[in-house]
Each structure stands twice: as C-alpha cells, then as structure tokens.
Design a protein around this ligand. Structure first.
Ligand code: FAD
Length: 396
C-alpha cells in the first residue's frame, strides 16, 4: 500500500465517493481514499424506510461495490491531520502523505448531548432514522401504535437534513389516518426554530398539513432530556421546561464535526463546531491551499444535504483538477440547499433555497414547494437510482 497519494480523500460517503469518481473522469491519477466502513448507505431513503415505504436493502451497498475503479481504498480511520507536514495519521498508526487533501468524514451524532438520550436509544419506544440500525425499528413502532402520544423532535445547531424529523412525522400521521387511529394519537412535533421551516411558502404548506393531521406544534423548543424508564421527555421552550410522556419518540440527535477533526488545525480558531474552515464558494481551505472540504463536515453556509453536496462536488472537482494542472481554481459554489419533505406516504414537496433561506428554485417557472405526487416518485424511486448509477460514478 502506498504511503503517499497525489490526492487523498478522507471519507467514502456521499461526498468522498462521488468526488473521487469525478476526479478520475477528469483524469486525476493517484487517488487514495480512507474509509473504515464496509457498508455504504444512501441516507435519504432512511426516512422512507421509517415510514414503511422502502426496504433497508435499497439503501445499502457493500462499500467495495461503490469504490470507483483506479482508486486505492485505504481501509482505516483518520485520527489526525498534520497540514504542515502534508500527512494524515490513521487510528492504527499508519501515516499517509498527500499532495492535495479532501476532508469529508461527515457529521458525528452526539447522542450524549442530551441527558438520558444515549441510554434511551436501546429502549423499545425510542428510535431515530439517523442511526442506520433504526429506520426499520421506526417503522415497527409506527405500524404498531394505535393510541397514545408520539413525539418527533429536531435539535438546534448544525445537523444533516435536519427536517427529516418532520418527514417521518407526516408519513406516520398519514399511515395512522389511513388505519383510522390518528384521532386516538396525540402527535407532538418539536422544532427549535420560530416557525416550522423558515421559508414562508413552505411554512404555509406545512402549517396546513399540521392542521390537517391535528399535530401539536412546539416552535422555539428543543429536547432537553429523556427518561426512558418513565417514558417521559423534558422539553425546553420559551416558557421554560415541561415534561411530556410518550409511547413513541423519534429523535434527530444533536450533531457536530467528528471529535478527532475538532482537534486538528483545520477548523477556524475559536469555532467550537469544528467544521473545516473553507472558503464557502471555492471549497478550498482558507489557510492551507492544498486542503479542501465539502459535504457535511465543511464549514460552508448552506443547509447540509445530499442535494447541496451534488453541486459542491462539481465545483471542488473542477477546482482541484485545475490546481493539479497548475491553473487557478475558478468554479464557485452558489450555496444551494434542498430539503425534500414527505407530506404523506405518496406526496412530497421540495424546498430549494440558499444560505439565507431565500428561495432558489431549480425550475423557476414551477413552484416545487407544493405538495405533489410526482415529487414523491422522484424522491422515493428516481433519486436512489440516480444516486447509485450516476452520482456515485461522478456523472450527475
Ligand atoms: C436520516 C437522514 C436522511 C437524509 N435525507 C436526505 C434527503 O432526503 N435529501 C438530501 O439531500 N439529503 C439527505 N440527508 C443528508 C445526506 O445524506 C448527507 O448530506 C450526505 O450523506 C453527506 O455526505 P458526506 O459524504 O458529507 O457524509 P456521509 O455521507 O455521512 O459520509 C461520511 C463518510 O466518512 C466516513 N468517515 C467517518 N469518520 C471517518 C474517519 N475518521 N476516517 C475516514 N472516514 C471516516 C464515514 O464512514 C462515511 O462513510 C439525510 C441524512 C440522514 C442522516
């Protein structure tokens, strides 16, 4: 195994694989990719699995099957980055040198960030589609609940596609309505923001849906504690804290950059979130010219999601290929973000917006922020195929 690569990528998730494949298409040679997992996940399908509309097998592939040809897979875990020495240290003690480094290890889920949450995840009534082991548990809980209280929470702070917490709430309500039990279930949706989403047009559609399902919405509120034994949560809101009991709890956990990354010189001084300090448009590190970052681990300004990342991959790949040829990196990422929100188990809306939550529609003459059947078909059936066949091959 080589101990130096012209381009070294940390993380073989959505960002790392699609970027490495695209760099190969741009004739960049000698790429090494560090990735510890043997299973690759298409995470957007986790919501559909939790809502009973997809199977886990559709969201997983062996990592070996998605590794682009001509790239050396370094099976291991990055533990430190020494940008002054152009080297990455692995947890097993290996040291790999690089010419250019791309850092994309995704986010860390901070299950310990809320008192009682980490322990509660093992209990029968608590679940999260953010743990690859749990989307099927979510569906089991949704399917078996006939009465009681179901609570869905979203955390404040950075998170990947944070509104997934709502997606599963609406899908569950649709299922309970279809089976005639929705009126016997108290559904509570907890969001940290002052409105349910943050874009007026999207808020209007979601408010209507919330009213239709009879959901109790708590804005500017977050989960402050879980007592699994008593089946209660503590919610912290504008009027202080309060306890609620539950029969089903779906949690989007607090998230941050991985701890090991926070300890490297790559985050900005004083930035406790620990994300890689890049120029949010060129995606090049602000202090180390041969370091780049994209995806969930980069300190970009956009809403973190696979849809945003798809645009970043093209920009970073072109910029890095230009630098490798000795040219200036000229491509700029426009802060595009997207969030698909399922409203039922067969309809969905796409919220497309920039870093300031201003609408940024891909198709200007068609408002995608409306409930549509074809949007569901796109998200549930077409996008997974596009992901496996085109995005991971650096072709979309
Ligand atoms: C439940 C859920 C639903 C989502 N739904 C949507 C959606 O509907 N639409 C949408 O656009 N986006 C959605 N997203 C967001 C989307 O999946 C992410 O934005 C995207 O996967 C980020 O890609 P990434 O490569 O930065 O991180 P990831 O895809 O998480 O990949 C990070 C990779 O780095 C590896 N890694 C971690 N630590 C190390 C280390 N120390 N050394 C080496 N490798 C390491 C990991 O094993 C992993 O393979 C969802 C996310 C989740 C969790």
């Amino acid at each position: 195994m080589a101990d130096h690569h012209e381009v070294l990528v940390i993380g073989g998730g959505n960002a790392g694989i699609s970027l490495a494949a695209r760099l190969r298409r741009y004739k960049v040679a000698d790429i090494g990719l560090i990735e510890p997992r043997t299973t690759h996940y298409f995470q957007p399908l986790f919501s559909h699995i939790g809502g009973g509309a997809a199977r886990m097998g559709e969201a997983t592939r062996e990592q070996a099957r998605v590794m682009p040809r001509g790239i050396e897979w370094i099976r291991g875990e990055a533990a430190d980055i020494r940008p002054e020495e152009n080297a990455v240290l692995l947890a097993d003690g290996r040291r790999i040198g690089y010419g250019q480094l791309v850092v994309c290890p995704g986010l860390q889920k901070d299950w310990d960030g809320i008192p009682g949450l980490a322990g509660a995840m093992a209990s029968a009534q608590v679940t999260s589609n953010y743990d690859p082991a749990m989307p099927e548990k979510t569906w089991g809980l949704v399917r078996s609940l006939r009465s009681g209280t179901a609570i869905f929470t979203q955390p404040p702070g950075p998170a990947t596609c944070v509104d997934v917490g709502q997606k599963i709430a609406y899908m569950a309500c649709d299922y309970w309505r279809e089976y005639g039990v929705l009126r016997d279930i108290r559904v509570v949706l907890v969001v940290p923001t002052p409105t349910v989403f943050g874009i007026e047009d999207v808020d209007a559609v979601l408010r209507a849906k919330i009213a239709e399902y009879g959901i109790e919405l708590h804005t500017s509120t977050s989960l402050a504690g879980v007592d699994a034994a008593r089946r209660t949560v503590t919610l912290a809101g504008p009027d202080g804290t309060r306890e609620l009991s539950f029969d089903l709890l779906h949690v989007v956990p607090p998230q941050s950059a991985p701890d090991w990354l926070k300890g490297t010189p790559l985050p900005a001084a004083g930035d406790a979130s620990g994300f890689v300090e890049v120029d949010p448009e060129s995606l090049r590190h602000r202090r180390y010219a041969n370091v780049w970052s994209l995806g969930d681990a980069a300190a970009t300004l956009n809403y973190k999601s696979g849809g945003a990342l798809r645009k970043q991959v093209k920009v970073l790949a072109r910029n890095l290929a230009a630098v490798a040829r000795g040219s200036e990196p000229r491509e700029r990422y426009n802060h595009y973000g997207v969030c698909p929100i399922a409203l039922t188990r067969h309809t969905l809306l796409f919220a497309e917006f920039d870093h300031q939550y201003r609408p940024m529609p891909t198709v200007p003459w068609m408002d995608l922020a409306k409930e549509r059947r074809w949007a569901w078909v796109l998200d549930r059936w077409i996008f997974p195929q596009v992901y496996w066949r085109l995005i991971l091959k650096g072709r979309a």
